[in-house]
Write a protein that binds this ligand. Structure first.
Ligand SMILES: [Zn+2]
Length: 481
């Protein structure tokens, strides 16, 4: 660990409703589980905000010297159209509508999801390295956990399935600890039909039985069936990260039902605290009225932004520019403002020569890094951190001193813009002197309307392997691939 690693890191813990200093269970290592997508639809921009938040938290922890052991799931079975077991399996519903198998649906939307993550430069989970945990690949782990819950007396088996006995898990520090809502409050919004043989309407399914119409089924000690949605997160997180996790994150909508149920399942089975810091991000709002081409009738997705000329990284900066616990209002204008910030940073990065990038920084940027680091450690104050990055670049221009590259590169480990990639690509595009001379001569010829000379110079450039384009800004020359 370097000197930067000793700063305390503060984060808002939904369990305590307080900003707390983060201290991991095991020094130097953070175990982190975040809830992933249910793969039956494209993930909209609001979903992507949640994954960007996870990515930023991981990167900020790493800036503090921690090794982050991060697991994320892919829900490809068991998530019903209601979060409370009612309705139809979301994957199977799409499969029927599209005439495909559930696996084809899950594979297609998983691939689309991963492609979106890559476009946003969101890092993949680290445990297992670079892999997402698919629910359908962890059925034996779920069955084993359900058996433990049954053995401890917190679940029961009836005709329609194995249910968690919520009434038995009532009491101080149990159901409602996270949401601070009574069961009645948590269920107040629900007007759903529940399986008639459940002991209480609050009980939730661990394993569903006797649903012959369901396509995805597995053998279990209780009969053929399939898992409920909540059990996968408990089973997969504990399998890879141990029975007590440092951090568990997800969208605010997961607080009342999904995360309460995860705590109940895990703690009833192990008798140990499941999660030490629960961290939740607020929503992206205002997408209903967003005017983006092709997006009518659904929330906008990343491809909609790309279609109107916005770089996915501009959306990354847009999200970085707001605190994760605040609602963020989506509008195309606001994302375009983020694109202008990105253009400003990109232009700077493109102009940094090798000599400066490979050399030492000046002394004056160091306090900027300190401020950046402090902002992140203060409950992930990303808008403040972004302001520091923009200030640093502005100051570099004012001083006419580009020796800030190492500082900027360290900030970029969290910001995720890839300044070095931008700089390298620009450097490789730079033209050899004699080609640049021909390009300049051609601009001159065109200005004088000397079209014969302009054409001759064009042919000369083509013969040397360069593409020539006429633009309002003059001749643009690029090496042919
Ligand atoms: Zn989950």
């Amino acid at each position: 660990m370097n000197a930067d690693a000793v700063k305390p890191f503060f984060i808002y813990n939904t369990l305590s409703r307080k900003v707390e200093e983060f201290v991991p269970l095991h020094p130097g290592v953070v175990t982190y589980y975040s809830c992933g997508p249910t793969v039956y639809l494209p993930q909209h921009l609001g979903n992507m905000r949640s994954y960007l938040f996870t990515d930023t938290l991981k990167r900020a922890l790493r800036l503090n010297g921690y090794e982050v052991r991060h697991v994320m799931n892919i829900t490809d079975v068991g998530h019903m159209t209601s979060d409370q077991d009612a309705g139809e399996d979301k994957i199977e519903k799409t499969a029927r509508a599209e005439g495909r198998s559930p696996k084809e649906v899950a594979d297609y939307y998983t691939e689309l999801f991963i492609h979106n993550l890559e476009m946003l430069r969101i890092e993949k989970p680290t445990v297992p390295p670079g892999q997402f945990c698919r629910a359908t690949e962890h059925i034996p782990d779920m069955i084993a956990l359900i058996q433990r819950i049954l053995d401890r007396g917190y679940a029961y088996v009836v005709h329609s399935g194995v249910y968690f006995d919520v009434e038995k898990w009532r009491g101080p520090g149990r159901m409602g600890r996270l949401s601070r809502q009574s069961l009645e409050e948590q269920f107040a919004e629900q007007r759903l039909e529940h399986a008639s043989d459940k002991r209480s309407k609050h009980d939730f399914a661990l394993w569903v039985l006797n649903q012959p119409g369901h396509l995805m089924q597995w053998d279990s000690p209780w009969g053929r069936g399939y898992p409920g949605w909540h059990i996968e997160c408990s089973a997969m997180s504990m399998k890879y990260l141990g029975e007590t996790l440092d951090i568990h994150s997800g969208g605010l909508d997961h607080v009342p039902i999904h995360h309460e149920n995860e705590i109940a399942q895990s703690e009833s089975a192990t008798g140990k605290p499941f999660v030490r810091y629960f961290v939740h991000n607020a929503f992206l709002v205002g997408m209903e009225g967003a005017k983006i081409s092709k997006s009518s009738g659904r929330f906008p997705v990343l491809a909609d932004l790309v279609a109107v000329g916005i770089d996915p990284i501009a959306f990354r900066l847009f999200c970085f520019g707001a605190k994760y616990r605040s609602e963020l209002a989506f509008s195309l204008d606001a994302v375009r403002a983020a694109q202008r910030n990105l253009d400003y940073l990109t232009e700077f990065a493109r102009g940094v020569p090798d000599g400066i990038a490979h050399g030492a920084d000046s002394d004056w940027p160091q306090p900027y890094f300190e401020r950046f680091h402090e902002a992140l450690n203060n409950d992930l104050n990303t808008p403040q951190a972004l302001a520091v990055v923009l200030d640093l670049v502005g100051e570099s221009y004012r001083r006419n001193d580009k020796r800030i590259w190492n500082t900027l590169a360290r900030m970029d480990t969290v910001l995720g813009v890839d300044f070095e990639g931008i700089r390298r690509r620009a450097a490789s595009e730079r033209l050899p002197a004699e080609i640049e001379a021909l390009r300049a001569q051609r601009d001159e010829a065109r200005k004088k309307k000397d079209f014969a000379r302009s054409d001759a110079l064009r042919n000369e450039l083509l013969a040397r392997g360069y593409e020539v384009k006429d633009t309002p800004a003059g001749t643009v020359v690029q090496r042919r691939n």
